[in-house]
Write a protein of this length. Sequence first.
Length: 187
Amino acid sequence: DQTMSVRDGLTILSPTVPSDTGIIFYPGAKVEATAYLPLLEKLKTSGYTCVLVEMPLRMAIFDPNAADRVFAQVPEIQHWYIAGHSMGGAMASSYASKNPGKVDGLILLGAYIYGDYPPAKTLTVYGSLNSGLEKNIHYTENIVKIEGGNHAQFGNYGRQKGDPDAAITADQQQNITVKAIADFIGK
């Protein structure tokens, strides 16, 4: 597949029609990065260049500035969004709040704003069965709650301890997520 390349711990997925918009993705804690390829393939099909970041020991907390390695690798991208799932979302949020000039927006999956980043430039997507997350969301803009979705199904890594079974498939949850992201970037 000519549209996917791996270098320096980065998996770069390029759409068939070149895009000026890219999404840097930080995986959730202890999750194999490749578990997010199905979601990122869907985003690529929607026209975005996606860069999946391998984290040391599968923990984004050990390399919160990993996005800095991405920009030079894909110089044709003019509009970057940083995204992440769970702890990856928290670290993406931390990065965006410390480097607001480097990204156009923040996309959080099963996560909430961590640090000081404007909710107006943030998309927060979570499953209705992801109990406990809502109490940490102290803002109202750009929130998509996926009915029947859970925490784990943003990636394809199987069950997560303490996460209830979803009432929808991972494919459905990811399709809703991709539409929410495209709507958010498009506005």
